[in-house]
Structures are given as C-alpha cells and as structure tokens.
Unconditional design. Sequence first.
Length: 71
Amino acid sequence: MSYKESEEIKELSSMDVETLEKKLLEARRELFNFRFQQATRQLTSTSKIKDVKRRIARILTLLAEKKRGVR
C-alpha cells in the first residue's frame, strides 16, 4: 500500500456515514463517466477506472464497518 493510499484511507475513515455516502455517489458518477469515455475512445489512461473502483470498494468497506460499529 502506498503512502497516498494510506492517507486516503485515514481521510475516509475520519468521515461520518453521510459524508461517505456522498463520496460514494461522487465516485460512482466518476466511474460512469470514465466508462463512457472509454466506450467512446476518449479515455487516455485506463488505470483511472481501476483507481476509482478501488476507491469505491474502500468506501463501501468503511461504510459497512461504521454501520456494524467496528470503527
């Protein structure tokens, strides 16, 4: 895990559930836009899709932990 990723996780884990849900919505919109750009051959870096998917997974994990009371 890189320094950037660990900083992102720390930042996300300090947020409340409402803010995380907003971040999740933003990330899903971003993923939709990247997929649309990829379909129309406008996306230059396909690794952006992978990065957004990972961010979505991190947010979903943190949301589940917060709802269960783990964090």
